[in-house]
Ligand binder design. Structure first.
Ligand code: PEP
Ligand code: MN
Length: 360
């Protein structure tokens, strides 16, 4: 975890960077009560949604501009920094007028390059920190593109928030964590701090600590958590909000791993194990290359016989057999299925290339 960036942006950081606050600002009392409970514990900024993008009309859509005045009041009383979600240029203008300390772009907005560009244009000439939530769908290009649009507008204090991805397959969480995407974003843009929003991933308060711990284990740079003084009566996202007490005890319960250790025993054993992994990865790749060569030969035979590339029965048998064998080796069915699908996709791609070459 690297909190130095947030310190450089002038946000308070104790053990880790923390953003906390209600899903939505609901009343001046609620905003002040939350701010009082959060102040003085190293929270980087208090969050509260003012304009709420709801999936369907008719639910609570936020209090609008007056919420900014409440947050401003909470900031002057407690010294907490404040941030909210912006979805269009009028939101940006209002937030700049109130001197908000940080803005974020929500998942529904980062999905739309037109909206992101309009926000970037409205922010030109400022250097307010902006955090970009991942888009709704697991599309890393859109996420990176949104960050690039802001960078191209001259903003330098940019961060990313991982809030999970909508998925018809996910049962346990409201939004599938799909950790490989934030990890890949971090690999491609190492200078962008990555915050996890376990509240929107989980959708349920009791799951939040597990996802928060996982984010710490993956060296995320901080957390954004929904905290409300009276979660059951919250006007939005009631099931996933923690009380301030629950929030602080959840944070206290987290283990904060380091990236490296000075222990030579540990380092020696780790480098032995890493060599083992490197060796196995090379063998895996060689085997995959060999498998691909066989499949290509099969492809050429199929072309000669005018037989289709996809053989649904054979494919069904392979999947069932490999998932079963994987199960014996303690590999989850989902993992084996995804692995086989990727291998199959590459095999079909290579067969198609050969087929086109043959047609030349
Ligand atoms: C929120 O932070 O309250 C919010 C609406 O989140 P998301 O954009 O991740 O759905
Ligand atoms: Mn919310």
């Amino acid at each position: 975890m690297n909190e130095t960036i947030f310190k450089a942006w002038n946000f308070p950081v104790e053990q880790m960077f923390l953003a906390a606050g209600p899903c939505s600002a609901e009343s001046e009392d609620q905003v002040l009560e939350t701010a009082r409970a959060l102040a003085g514990h190293g929270v980087g900024f208090m969050r509260a949604g003012i304009w709420k993008p709801r999936t369907r009309p008719g639910s609570f859509e936020g209090v609008g501009l007056k919420g900014l005045a409440w947050m401003d009041h909470a900031r002057s009383e407690t010294g907490l920094k404040i941030g909210t979600e912006v979805a269009d240029s009028s939101h940006v203008e209002a937030c700049l007028e109130y001197g908000l300390d940080v803005l974020w772009i929500g998942a529904r907005t980062s999905t739309n390059p037109f909206s992101v560009q309009a926000i970037a244009d409205a922010l030109k000439g400022t250097d307010i920190p902006v955090l970009v939530k991942n888009p709704m769908s697991a599309d890393i290009g859109l996420w990176i593109g949104a960050i690039e649009r802001l960078a191209n507008a001259g903003l330098t204090k940019l961060g990313a928030i991982h809030r999970g991805f909508s998925s018809s397959l996910e049962m346990r969480y409201r939004n599938a964590p799909n950790w490989k995407l934030p990890i890949e974003l971090k690999r491609r843009m190492p200078e962008i701090p990555m915050i996890c929003d376990p509240s929107h991933i989980c959708g349920k308060a009791h799951l939040i600590s597990t996802i928060a711990q996982e984010a710490m284990d993956l060296l995320f740079d901080g957390l954004m958590v929904e905290v409300h003084p009276d979660p059951p009566n919250a006007l939005s996202d009631a099931e996933q909000q923690l009380t301030p007490d629950q929030f602080f005890s959840m944070i206290d319960g987290l283990d904060l791993p380091r990236e490296e250790s000075e222990s030579t025993v540990f380092m020696d054993r780790m480098s032995e194990l890493r060599e083992g992994v490197d060796e196995l990865d090379s063998r895996l790749l060689e085997l995959l290359g060999q498998r691909m060569n066989i499949v290509r030969e099969m492809g050429l035979l199929k072309t000669k016989q005018n037989v289709s590339t996809l053989q649904p029965h054979r494919w069904q048998e392979i999947i069932e057999d490999r998932v079963r064998k994987g199960g014996d080796l303690n590999l989850s069915g989902d993992f084996v299925l995804q692995l086989m699908q990727s291998i199959h996709e590459e095999a079909i791609r290579q067969q198609e290339v050969d087929r086109l070459r043959g047609a030349d």
